[in-house]
Design a protein around this ligand. Structure first.
Ligand SMILES: [Zn+2]
Length: 231
């Protein structure tokens, strides 16, 4: 009772603000105000075997299915949201988005047979700098509402691809292609359908590279989900 009162009082003094406009106060269990919610650039990719997210990957044969929750427009709500997650450590937003999207994926034909969820890892140096992997929180939300295992050590990022200045496009592409290695426990993924999870899908090179590192595991099937697809 007292705890609830305190919570309500705190909420009056420091209301939760909408993640989209950062102006409207919203309930504790909501991310968006009514206006932002109605303008969210949600996709329906998860309902279609062939979609824009999957076609973004140059070797899309690597994946059974692929989807992005939102479209990402420069200056739009989703960009603001990703900024909050990555640079203001609002990992809870990623977690809650994952939980919300996981409900949709559980009911989508293409994602019904997923066995486990794996976030695309950051390089250890990047992970140390930022302190967290934003994709892990989205993956955790998905795994929770899809009721699947979340695995964190099945694939490793072995190349620090941020020090790319001075490299041309071909060199950058080549270095991302070899950026991942299977983890020592990756044999657990035999005959499993794995959902790889990343934050923003741009060229698709990162997902493709991560999937390539896992694709030699016997009987593995791979699909992917990202928070957003860059437009
Ligand atoms: Zn709003």
């Amino acid at each position: 009772m007292i705890k609830e009162l305190l919570h309500d009082l705190l909420h009056l003094v420091y209301p939760h603000l909408c993640v989209g406009c950062q102006e409207e106060p919203v309930d504790n269990d909501e991310l968006f105000c009514v206006r932002c919610e109605s303008k969210l650039p949600l996709t329906d990719f998860h309902q279609f075997g062939d979609n824009e997210a999957l076609r973004r990957i140059s070797n899309h044969q690597l994946f059974k299915s692929g989807t992005s929750m939102f479209r990402f427009y420069p200056g739009g709500i989703v960009q603001k949201m990703i900024h909050e997650i990555k640079y203001k450590a609002q990992t809870n937003i990623a977690l809650r988005l994952g939980k919300r999207y996981g409900i949709l994926l559980s009911n989508a034909m293409a994602f019904k047979e997923i066995d486990c969820v794996i976030p695309v890892p950051l390089h250890p140096i990047k992970q140390r700098q930022r302190g967290f992997n934003q994709s892990k929180f989205f993956a955790e939300g998905l795994a929770t509402s899809m009721q699947k295992h979340l695995y964190l050590n099945m694939v490793r990022r072995v190349m620090h691809t941020d020090t790319q200045t001075g490299k041309n496009r071909y060199e950058r592409l080549k270095s991302i292609m070899y950026a991942f290695e299977k983890g020592s426990a990756a044999a657990h993924l035999q005959n499993k359908h794995v959902l790889l999870v990343d934050d923003v899908l741009t060229t698709g090179a990162t997902l493709e590279s991560c999937a390539t590192a896992l694709s030699s595991i016997r009987g593995i099937k791979l699909s992917f989900a990202t928070i957003a697809l860059a437009q």
